[in-house]
Design a protein around this ligand. Structure first.
Ligand code: FUL
Length: 494
């Protein structure tokens, strides 16, 4: 009887112990929403600038261009979208209205819109054409509607803010589910403003009433990430060069500019945006925007100056590889087509990303972890293709190690790490060593892992053993990928 009791107790202890050690780690800090998770998974998308400003060969239209100049006779949204898709981009944001105020859809809010242009004999809706091309290609669609409007006579008054919201309402109502609503902080002051040709200033801290506008965005488009230099979901990286800092945290606490108590679009100290904030108040990862050509709009004199596929791949490493996204500016010419060199660069980028990350060499290694939380969280989860399965350490182990061994040498020059961000951004820093001439040699160091951290190593490493050391973490780890890759070479893209 006593024996039987003892074995029952032992069984209970065993099962409780096992299930405790196998329970998932508690989340850490602020967490991404479903809409942000979906955004992280996209990695790259395009930002299309194409308005009468293209036909004026300017970067900022003044708001006085005659709609009759907008006549792209060879425009085909499907062609542009398929070029983006070949680049590995997963969506596009269409600048539906830029600072010049011209609406690329037949808006009821203003006469300054596409119906007054010769495009499709005044029956066109370019927002619709792009949206449908995206849906057909399996790409996501988003919009940019500039708050600054250099055409509108009422700009600067509350009447205009109502008009702006009505424009957003049209865009949120008629173009399906959007992945992003992109808002810009630029406001240069002067403009046409219904013929006044004047300078108008607004108080950026209150004029647009962003909280009201964005509450409307949430309600009408719950999956749309709100982007701005301090957006609700995604922050501007703080430059237009396409790269975040080496350490770029997905969490962020916005900083008001000197003399202000609050921060918002167009009034924040964005010097902190490239790095974000470790343990920040909000999950607000960085979007790195950069045009493919030198300007956001097409300029014939910039022929031959498009970024090459190799340059774009380097930007991919500095944006997506630092936990953010790459938002690539694409500018059709006056015919409504992309330039051949732009198409070639996009195609090359797509090849480089796809071929580089095709084979994770860590999948062929024997993996040995210094700590196991339980079978459900073993190191094998690091090399499956599920972004959210993960290797976790026990609650009290914050600096575990992993050794990967192969029978033959492997050669790699890129390391990719991912955390299961559903449990927050946990890890503070890692180091990676390779066994070289019988001794461990440190080959890489990184902070801010998050959804994706790519480390590019200047020269190829050949080794039979690699060691990952988590060197700092406030809590146990939840790492979902450890990948070793060899950068691909560019095949002929013509
Ligand atoms: C900026 C704008 O002023 C540029 O014209 C462009 O649209 C860029 C993406 O955002 O702030």
């Amino acid at each position: 009887m006593k024996n039987r009791l003892l074995s029952v107790v032992a069984c209970i202890v065993f099962f409780v112990g096992t299930s405790l050690s196998q329970s998932a780690p508690k989340p850490y800090g602020v967490l991404p929403s479903a809409r942000q998770l979906a955004w992280h998974e996209m990695e790259m998308y395009g930002l299309i600038h194409f308005t009468p400003t293209t036909f004026e060969n300017k970067e900022w239209g003044y708001g006085d261009a005659n709609p009759s100049i907008f006549n792209p006779t060879e425009f085909d949204a499907n062609k542009i979208v398929s070029a983006l898709k070949s680049g590995g981009l997963k969506g596009m944001i269409f600048v539906s209205k830029h600072h010049d105020g011209f609406c690329l859809w037949p808006s009821k809010t203003t006469d300054y819109n596409i119906s007054k242009s010769p495009f499709r004999n005044g029956k066109g809706d370019m927002v619709k054409e792009f949206e449908q091309a995206c849906r057909t290609a399996g790409m996501q669609f988003g919009i940019y509607c500039s708050p600054w409007d250099r055409n509108n006579a009422q700009y600067g008054t509350y009447e205009y803010v109502k008009t702006y919201r009505a424009q957003l309402k049209e865009l949120y109502s008629n173009y399906g589910s959007l992945f992003m609503s992109w808002h810009d902080g630029a406001n240069g002051g002067d403009g046409y403003y219904g013929g006044e040709n004047a300078e108008r200033t607004i108080d950026r801290t209150v004029y647009y009433g962003w909280d009201t506008t964005w509450a409307m965005t949430r309600k009408m488009q719950p999956m749309a990430n709100i982007f701005s230099d301090v957006g609700w979901d995604v922050r501007w990286v703080g430059n237009e060069d396409g790269g975040a800092e080496e350490s770029s945290w997905s969490t962020f606490t916005p900083l008001p500019p000197k003399g202000y108590t609050i921060a918002g679009p167009g009034f924040s100290d964005y010097s902190i945006n490239p790095e974000g904030t470790r343990d920040g108040k909000f999950w607000m990862p960085a979007e790195c925007d950069v045009p493919l050509r030198p300007g956001w709009f097409y300029h014939p004199e910039q022929q031959g100056k498009s970024k090459t596929a190799e340059q774009l791949f380097q930007l991919y490493l500095k944006s997506v590889g630092r936990g953010g996204s790459l938002d690539l500016g694409i500018s059709p010419n006056t015919k409504g087509l992309l330039d051949d060199e732009d198409i070639a660069s996009l195609k090359g980028l797509g090849q480089l990303v796809e071929n580089t990350f095709k084979q994770n060499l860590a999948q062929t290694a024997v993996l040995k972890a210094s700590n196991l939380r339980g079978k459900a969280f073993g190191p094998d989860k690091l090399v499956d293709t599920d972004r959210y399965s993960y290797w976790a350490s026990s609650d009290n182990i914050t600096t575990p190690e992993l050794i990967l061994s192969w029978k033959e040498d492997v050669a790699f020059d890129i390391i990719r790490l991912r955390e299961n961000i559903k449990l927050g951004q946990r890890i503070g820093a890692v180091e990676v060593d390779a066994m070289v001439d019988g001794a461990w040699k440190t080959i890489a160091h990184a902070t801010s892992i998050g959804s994706c951290r790519i480390i590019s190593i200047p020269s190829t490493i050949k080794t039979k053993q690699v060691r990952l050391r988590v060197t700092s973490s406030p809590v146990c780890i939840a790492l979902s990928e450890f990948g070793l890759y060899k950068k691909a070479e560019l095949a002929n893209t013509k």
